[in-house]
Design a protein around this ligand. Structure first.
Ligand code: SF4
Length: 361
C-alpha cells in the first residue's frame, strides 16, 4: 500500500509529472486501485446560484464584472428552484450537488441564510452538498456545517508564485485562511486549480505541493483545464492538450492517493479515449450538465453512453465519508456575527487584466 506523504517537494512532483507516460500511467493506476474502486466514478452537478457581476479580477473568469463577456447573468436563485435542479441532477445519476455564487466573500444576511436553507434541502435529499461562495470566516463555516454541508470548495487555482499573475484583488494566503476556517468544522475540503493559464510545469507542481502539504489533504481536488472565454484576460490562451491533463491527473493521484480527483472544466474538448485515460490515471469524478457555470459541458446522455462503454458505475453518495447531520434554522447554536473580515487586496498591476478591463469600454 502506498504511503500518504505530506512532505512532497516541488522537484519530486516535477519528476513524477515528467516520467515517461506509460510509467506514469502504470504508477498512478496502481495507486488508484489501492485506494479506490477503479470502475466507480462520481457524477456531480454544479448549480450557479448567482452568475456574473463579481467584483474580483480573476483572469480566467467571465463572471468578473470588469471584463466584457457575453455571459447570461441570473438573479439569486430561490430554494425551490435549487430543489428542482437538484431533483433533476439526482435523477440523472448525480450523487453530489455543488452550489456556486459569484461572490468575493460571504456576507451575513438574507442571501446567506437562503444558502443555508438550500444546504438543508439538498442534505435531506440524501445527496452530498458542496458550496463555493468565496472566502468565509470560521463562524460562517460553522453555520454551513450545522446546516449539513458536506464539502466546501475553494480552489487555490495555481502555484503561489503564479497566482499573482492571474488575480490582484485577493492573495493566495486568503485562500489558505478560508481552507483553515473550513477545517475547524466537520466539512470536507475541496480545493484544486486550473491548468492552461500560461503557467509552467513548475507552477502545476507548486499547486500540487501546496495542496498535498496541507494536513489533512483536501478530500477532493478538481483539476480544470482553462476554457478561454472572449473578453477575459486569458482569452487567447491555447487549449490544453489531453496529454497535459492526463499527466496532471496522474501526478495528482500519486501525490494525493486517497483524494477524490475531479476531471472538471475542459472535458468537452476531449474524446472518450482521452477521458478513459484520465479515469485510468486516477480521475474518479466528473461534472454532468450541459453547462459548468458559464462554459459548455458534456451532454449527460453522451456521458451515460461513455459509462456503459467503459463499464463504469456511478459512485453512491457518502461512499467516502458519513452523511452530515442537518440542524434546522430555529435550533441553530450559531448566531451570525456580521463580521467584516479584512481579506487582503494586493492591488498590484496585471497588465493583461487591465487591458481586458479597458477593452470594449
Ligand atoms: S472566479 Fe469567482 S471570485 Fe473570481 S471573478 Fe469569477 S466568480 Fe468572482
Amino acid at each position: 500500500m502506498s504511503i500518504t506523504r505530506h512532505d512532497w517537494t516541488k522537484e519530486e512532483i516535477i519528476a513524477i509529472y515528467n516520467k515517461p507516460l506509460m510509467e506514469l500511467l502504470y504508477e498512478a493506476a496502481t495507486i488508484h486501485r489501492e485506494h479506490h474502486d477503479p470502475n466507480v466514478v462520481q457524477i456531480s452537478t454544479l448549480i450557479s446560484l448567482k452568475t456574473g457581476g463579481c467584483s474580483e479580477d480573476c483572469g480566467y473568469c467571465p463572471q468578473a464584472k470588469r471584463y466584457h463577456t457575453n455571459i447570461e447573468t441570473n438573479p439569486f436563485m430561490t430554494v425551490e428552484d435549487v430543489k428542482v435542479q437538484a431533483v433533476k441532477a439526482k435523477e440523472g445519476g448525480s450523487s453530489r450537488v455543488c452550489m456556486g455564487a459569484a461572490w468575493r466573500n460571504v456576507k451575513d444576511g438574507p442571501e446567506f441564510d437562503q444558502v443555508l436553507e438550500m444546504v438543508r434541502t439538498i442534505n435531506k435529499m440524501d445527496m452530498e452538498v458542496c458550496c463555493t461562495l468565496g472566502m468565509i470566516t470560521e463562524n460562517q463555516a460553522q453555520r454551513l456545517a450545522e446546516a449539513g454541508l458536506y464539502a466546501y470548495n475553494h480552489n487555490i487555482d495555481t502555484s503561489e508564485e503564479y497566482y499573482k499573475e492571474v488575480i490582484s484583488t485577493r492573495g493566495f494566503e486568503d485562500r489558505l485562511q478560508t481552507i483553515e476556517n473550513v477545517r475547524k468544522t466537520n466539512i470536507t475540503v475541496c480545493s484544486g486549480g486550473i491548468i492552461g493559464m500560461g503557467e509552467s510545469i513548475e507552477d502545476r507542481a507548486g499547486m500540487l505541493k501546496a495542496l498535498s502539504t496541507l494536513d489533512p489533504m483536501p478530500e477532493s481536488v478538481p483539476i480544470n483545464a482553462l476554457v478561454p472565454v472572449a473578453g477575459t484576460p486569458l482569452e487567447a490562451e491555447q487549449s490544453v492538450e489531453i496529454w497535459d491533463m492526463i499527466r496532471m491527473i496522474a501526478t495528482t493521484r500519486i501525490v494525493m492517493p486517497a483524494t477524490q480527483v475531479r476531471l472538471s472544466a475542459g472535458r468537452i474538448n476531449w474524446n472518450r479515449e482521452g477521458q478513459a485515460l484520465c479515469f485510468f490515471a486516477g480521475a474518479n469524478s466528473i461534472f454532468s450538465g450541459d453547462k459548468l457555470l458559464t462554459t459548455p459541458n458534456n451532454d449527460l446522455n453522451e456521458d451515460m453512453k461513455m459509462f456503459e462503454l467503459l463499464g463504469l458505475k456511478n459512485q453512491q453518495p457518502f461512499a467516502k465519508t458519513y452523511k452530515r447531520v442537518s440542524v434546522e434554522a430555529a435550533d441553530s447554536k450559531f448566531a451570525p456575527l456580521g463580521e467584516k473580515p479584512k481579506w487582503s487586496r494586493p492591488g498590484h498591476t496585471i497588465e493583461r487584466n487591465v487591458e481586458a478591463t479597458v477593452k470594449g469600454k
